[in-house]
Design a protein around this ligand. Sequence first.
Ligand SMILES: *[C@@H]1O[C@H](CO)[C@@H](O)[C@H](O)[C@H]1NC(C)=O
Ligand SMILES: *[C@@H]1O[C@H](CO)[C@@H](O)[C@H](O)[C@H]1NC(C)=O
Ligand SMILES: *[C@@H]1O[C@H](CO)[C@@H](O)[C@H](O)[C@H]1NC(C)=O
Length: 458
Amino acid sequence: MACEKKGVSSFTVKVGLLLLAGCILVPISLVTMFRHYTVPLQSLSLLFSVGSASSVIWGEENVGSHHSGRNEGPVLCDFSSSRSDMCELKGDIRVLPNATIVLHHPLARRQSWRMKPHPRKNDRHALARVTEVTVVSSSSYATADHSAPRCTANHTAPAVVFSVGGYAGNMFHDMTDVLVPLFITTHRFAGDVHLLVGDAQPWWLDKFRPLLAALSRHDVVDMDRAGSSGVLCYPHVVLGLEFHKEMRVDAKRTAGEYSMADFTLLARRSYGLPRDTAIRLHDRFSGRPRLLLISRKTTRAFTNVGAIAEAAAAMGYEVVVGEPEHHAADMASFARVVNSCDVMVGVHGAGLANLVFLPAGAVVVQVVPLGGLDAMAAEDFGAPARDAGLRYVHYRIAVAESSLARRYPPEHRVLRDPAAVRRDGWMALRAAYLVGQNVTLDVRRFEGALRRVMELLR
Ligand SMILES: *[C@@H]1O[C@H](CO)[C@@H](O)[C@H](O)[C@H]1NC(C)=O
Ligand SMILES: *[C@@H]1O[C@H](CO)[C@@H](O)[C@H](O)[C@H]1NC(C)=O
Ligand SMILES: *[C@@H]1O[C@H](CO)[C@@H](O)[C@H](O)[C@H]1NC(C)=O
């Protein structure tokens, strides 16, 4: 989850910014600029040589308009984002089972490069579980082997090649690193696109099959199960996924054409969830709002689930206590439970990513533990909830509500100075606050948040 974020390599960001600045100020000199930065880019584990004006880096301002006819070269890459690298290939493209893509195009010059198609670009822990893809243009391929590999299947629809790798199995990461970026990347193809998935366990594909089927009407190609694929040929391949923000679609970059609310609608539809809107408490006949209390079992656990549930019930909520499961069938049934509710309460953690299944107008209450985690918590779940058409309540616990208050004396830096702990690095922060902390809600104090939720449901 968010908690696995790593420091961003400032070096990479600098190169990206320089490239981006170049794109904005002097689009015409892109290729020149790119040549200029060939050496730094190579040290980013990218092997890339640009031999013709048909290879262009597209910066942010071009995404979405690059296929308008202006840049019709065979290779369009964007390495400017700090989260994701993307390349778009056109021509006769052959995807080999060994993670090699061979590109034939009359304008393609001799070039080859490697990239990891997973949007956690500067996170080496995540990328350690992502298979690198090699792209070779026809001429450099031909120097090794004079005949191109023969197509096992020749498709007319485009393909998107990406890796599930990273932190697969963590619901937040499945959403923010793979499924939301995949939704963004495939949107313009309206379902007529092949999904070529790397580093995916069969259970992962089963778990998200309904959602993948809503994004593509073709069978998912599991790149790692040998024998199933052969040499697959396409006229158009997108390598990598377009990333906007954590679990969000940036409306500015889609020109308002689609949004996070469209993603969550698709998620509800694909799992057959019936409720599109939450309860409205305008009169006394509307019934009781259902509140889902997400109970984590080992870290950041509520230690007084019973008391919280009783207090909520006394205020008029119908309370459901649930724990997200990892198995495919269990996720589908948990999604149904989430969708049946109007309020979801949970401590900062991957389980809150289930907000994608809530009906519009529902309320997400994020309980934020000690540790100066507010900005991260708001970014990971607050902003996505709002973008998805939900309401959001941010409940920062008091020191007394943390198990840390019973473990450390009142003046200890863990309680008094999270910023100092954070300066010791991510692992220190994680150990102290994300792994080492449980939450005992002060029920009287929390009732204030639940009253606010009732107001939001009116
Ligand atoms: C993949 O297979 C092709 C054809 O057999 C071979 O030419 C190429 O070197 C292989 N690539 C890698 C990265 O092993
Ligand atoms: C794939 O099919 C297209 C359209 O039928 C054809 O133009 C192209 O040559 C074929 N490519 C290969 C590699 O067979
Ligand atoms: C938090 O609660 C869980 C479940 O009761 C327990 O296993 C864990 O050791 C607790 N952690 C801390 C830091 O108290």
